[in-house]
Design a protein around this ligand. Structure first.
Ligand code: ATP
Ligand code: MG
Length: 409
């Protein structure tokens, strides 16, 4: 992409009410635009980051047999009444809206009810199971306080996966596959070494659910971990009986702030029973479908990555999620021409700063925007057949042979 063609400009100022460092950097660098408290637009660069994260998730989920679909945002109250989740007393984050013909609809905060109901059209016998279906969807939640920039918003992108099994055994095996897929997803997103699978409360269906928590000083949650036993516990399960079970004492645990980037739940019959999702087994007996659900906050993951790697100059994207791999700046007549030719050949990997600006301002913008590698091609470097290559993360600069750089593109 050529910056001269982009409507997005880096900004000096951020909205006065924006406090999160990552949100300020994302706004200044032109990744997001703030509409309202907790409501953000994703601009071309920000959208590319989201798409890269989605691509990683999609590959890992498809590899364990999941199918992608897309459900509606508008919700039928009747379904949610069946599970006792329509009333604002039960679920306090609903956005609801009136139909002009009378009656109400909801804007989906999650999708267990509609997908369970949908499966009633397709699940009849044990031969139809298991089913693993997921989507990327905008969720709406009337959060009391939007905070931490794109990490807690009122409209956000979630990946939600639902599993439908004939029995607990099949469910457990799949649940384990998802645990492994999630570890690969966070690894590929560049936060593998600081993201832990934690034990969280399981409600009444399973002893524990699991969360995926990324250690982050500004994270809203607190996790407790024990290095020797590799156990990480959420605050809500820090009870004497749970500590006993892991053979731990409270003083063996270190606490740290973290952000929840995903979670996985065994739902059992919580939704399938009230909504009547059943199948007939081999003996022709009617059984209730055994369910699980698995979420990842895609836009929150983007915020967590931004926050995690941010430095005093701006954003620093890990290679797999960066909108472009190279930020190229041409200097001088030959340098600029060569840079433009490279961008024309590799538009998906190169962000070309071809604006009519002084190099110093372009370098500052390259640091703010955070592509993994900055490449300066000037008449001077070209004269010795080289380009200047800087690693955004380490700040390390070296000269590379021009043809070697081109070969590796
Ligand atoms: P939290 O505990 O952070 O409120 P949750 O437990 O309600 O989240 P789920 O409803 O299971 O989370 O949603 C799945 C994932 O969606 C979460 O793990 C989180 O990463 C993300 N998420 C939840 N709420 C928000 C929000 N308001 N803004 C952005 N992402 C969110
Ligand atoms: Mg939670």
């Amino acid at each position: 992409m050529k910056l001269s063609n982009s409507f997005v400009k880096t900004l000096r100022d951020t909205p006065a009410d924006e406090t999160a460092a990552s949100a300020k950097a994302l706004i200044r660098a032109g990744y997001v635009h703030k509409e309202l408290a907790g409501v953000y637009d994703f601009l071309p660069l920000g959208l590319r980051v989201l798409e890269n994260i989605k691509h990683i998730i999609r590959e890992e989920l498809n590899a364990i047999g999941c199918q992608e679909l897309q459900l509606t945002a508008l919700q039928n109250p009747e379904l949610w009444q069946k599970t006792n989740r329509w009333s604002d007393q039960q679920v306090d984050i609903w956005f609801k809206t009136a139909l002009s013909a009378g009656g109400e609809l909801g804007l989906a905060p999650t999708h267990e009810e509609p997908i369970t109901n949908l499966m009633k059209s397709y699940v009849k016998s044990y031969k139809d199971l298991p089913i693993y279906a997921y989507q990327f969807q905008t969720k709406f939640r009337n959060e009391l306080r939007a905070k931490s920039g794109i990490m807690r918003t009122r409209e956000f992108l979630m990946k939600d996966l639902y599993s439908f099994c004939a029995d607990e055994e099949t469910h457990n095996a799949f649940y384990h596959e998802v645990e492994k897929a999630y570890a690969r997803i966070y690894e590929r997103c560049g936060i593998g070494d600081c993201t832990y699978q934690t034990f969280a409360s399981g409600g009444i269906f399973a002893k524990f659910s699991h969360e995926f928590q990324t250690l982050l000083p500004v994270g809203e949650d607190t996790v407790y971990y024990n290095k020797d036993k590799s156990v990480v516990l959420n605050e809500e399960v820090l009870l004497p009986e749970v500590l006993d079970e892991f053979g731990l004492k409270k003083e063996d645990l270190q606490s740290e702030n973290a952000a929840e980037v995903g979670n996985i739940f065994t739902l059992k019959y919580k939704y399938s029973e009230p909504l009547g999702l059943k199948f007939t087994d081999k003996e022709n007996k009617e059984q209730i479908v055994y369910m699980g659900c698995y979420g990842i906050g895609v836009s929150r993951v983007m915020g967590v990555i931004a926050e995690k790697f941010l430095d005093d100059k701006g954003l620093v994207w890990p290679e797999n999620v960066a909108p472009y791999k190279y930020h190229i700046i041409g200097i001088g007549e030959e340098g600029s021409k060569t840079a433009a030719e490279l961008e024309a050949k590799h538009p998906a990997e190169i962000l070309l700063d071809d604006r009519d600006m002084r190099p110093g301002a372009k370098f500052a913008d390259a640091d703010l925007m955070g592509m993994p590698y900055r490449v300066v091609i000037s008449d001077k470097t070209l004269a010795s057949g080289e380009v200047e290559f800087t690693n955004r993360k380490t700040g390390e600069t070296k000269l590379l042979r021009f043809e070697n750089f081109c070969d590796n593109l």
